[in-house]
Design a protein around this ligand. Structure first.
Ligand code: PLP
Length: 430
């Protein structure tokens, strides 16, 4: 596929037809195992002399089509589909850091990622140093000899201030440290590899799937990071791996291309921890990807119209949308999201927490759910749900005020979206 246009790649990259049946749609290869041609063929596959299907926990043709398609769309070289966005976040870090090592991560993260880093990875001996992304230099200050990766989200909610990808990627590269970007909220709008990131991950559960049907995740290797340049900085890829006959990953797979990072993840972490994506879910995500470009345009257009409408209401104290920032937020939106700002929009009701609860209860078309990225419009009042276990000051630090409402704006007709918001705002007056 020679095209660079995302609309075309989304339909054609990574797949032409099934070699056995000539099926145009990617079949769901619902099989655990694949027959080897010969003893030699089997030995070559296990020895990584050639790549091919062995067992669906490690590789599957339906998942492979999704991996190739998303790697192409992102401008990367290869990808690994896994069972959830959480598994993708965990693997992206565990592939580089082990007990005694640390990573530096943005404070502005999805709560599940925060818990994974602050608790589960900490219990495994991997320390996360959280820094405020308003100042990119904070990443440099938190770095020491044991820092193996930087980690951030492109468009984190609730603040919705784009992350300074190029600035932090450059600091990392000066140390030999890769920047891992969670691009879940900005597919096709931002390509983090274009700004110097080395790894991109997604919760495919959100906009990539796009229809709220399946949980999944993916890690994409940019193939643009020199893992060998500073071997002491990246021991996981530069020292013999006893779990694979002493393979040194930066060397072992060179003939197959710059895929050391993602291949190691597949044949060690996925092999051992087993968070594989089911072929059926990969099929669902392929369906989602095919219309992703169209949907992201509509999500962005509708969310901007919603933000502008909310800004005109007297009962709305503040609108949080990338196009409504001032100062650094506005500069970052201009740099990273010039052609569309995605489907998320937040706002704060003048009437505080009580108005927030009334507003949610009055919605007729919007769904009240914890998810984002569905084609349908979704809403949640974080102070009384996702963030209710935090104190008010902890909520404030996370950007959640008592009257704050988060919207994931869908692709319904804009008149219907605004009508539902308007009647719910009227009903929420306290
Ligand atoms: N990253 C972001 C930005 C998310 O919003 C989520 C889920 O809400 C995740 C990661 C985790 O993804 P999953 O729910 O697919 O495990």
């Amino acid at each position: 596929m020679t095209s660079k246009h995302p609309e075309t790649l989304a339909l054609h990259a990574g797949w032409r037809r099934d070699s056995a049946t000539h099926s145009v749609a990617v079949p769901i290869y619902q099989t655990t195992s694949f027959q080897f041609d010969s003893a030699e063929h089997a030995a070559n596959l296990f020895g990584l002399k050639e790549l091919g299907n062995i067992y669906t926990r490690i590789m599957n043709p339906t998942c492979d089509a999704l991996e190739q398609r998303l790697a192409a769309l992102e401008g990367g070289v290869a990808a690994l589909a896994v069972g959830s966005g959480q598994a993708a976040s965990a693997f992206s870090v565990q592939n580089l850091a082990k007990a005694g090592d640390n990573i530096v991560a943005s404070t502005d993260l999805y709560g599940g990622t925060w818990n994974l880093f602050a608790n589960t990875l900490r219990d495994q001996g991997i320390e996360t140093r959280f820094v405020d992304p308003i100042d990119p230099e904070a990443f440099r200050r938190a770095t020491d000899d044991k820092t193996r990766a930087y980690y951030a989200e492109t468009l984190p909610n609730p603040k919705l201030i784009p992350f300074p990808i190029a600035e932090v990627a450059a600091i990392g590269r000066s140390f030999g440290i890769p920047l891992i970007m969670d691009n879940t909220a900005a597919p096709l709008m931002v390509r983090p590899f274009d700004h110097g990131a080395a790894v991109v991950m997604y919760s495919t559960t959100k906009w990539i799937g796009g229809h709220g049907t399946s949980i999944g995740g993916i890690v994409i290797d940019g193939g643009n990071f020199d893992w060998e340049a500073n071997p002491a900085r990246q021991p996981a890829l530069n020292t013999p791996d006893p779990s694979y006959h002493g393979a040194v990953w930066s060397q072992a797979v060179k003939p197959l291309g710059p895929i050391a990072y993602i291949l190691k993840m597949r044949v060690t972490l996925l092999r051992d921890l087993g968070a594989a994506m089911a072929p059926f879910n990969a099929f669902q995500f392929i369906q989602g990807v095919e219309t992703l470009a169209l949907r992201m345009r509509e999500h962005s257009r509708n969310a901007l119209a919603v933000a502008n409408y909310l800004a005109s209401r007297k009962d709305v104290a503040r609108v949080i949308h990338p196009a409504h920032h001032t100062g650094i937020g506005a500069d970052r939106t201009a740099k990273y999201l010039p052609h569309g700002q995605g489907g998320l929009c937040g706002f704060e009701l003048v009437g505080g927490a009580e108005a927030g609860r009334k507003f949610i209860d009055a919605l007729k078309m919007f769904y009240h759910v914890a998810n984002i990225g569905d084609a349908r419009s979704l809403a949640i009042h974080p102070a009384s749900t996702t963030h209710s276990q935090l104190t008010e000051s902890e909520q404030a630090a996370a950007g959640v005020t008592p009257g704050y409402v988060r919207l994931s704006v869908g692709i319904e007709h804009i008149d219907d979206i605004l009508a539902d918001l308007s009647q719910a705002l009227d009903a929420a007056k306290v």
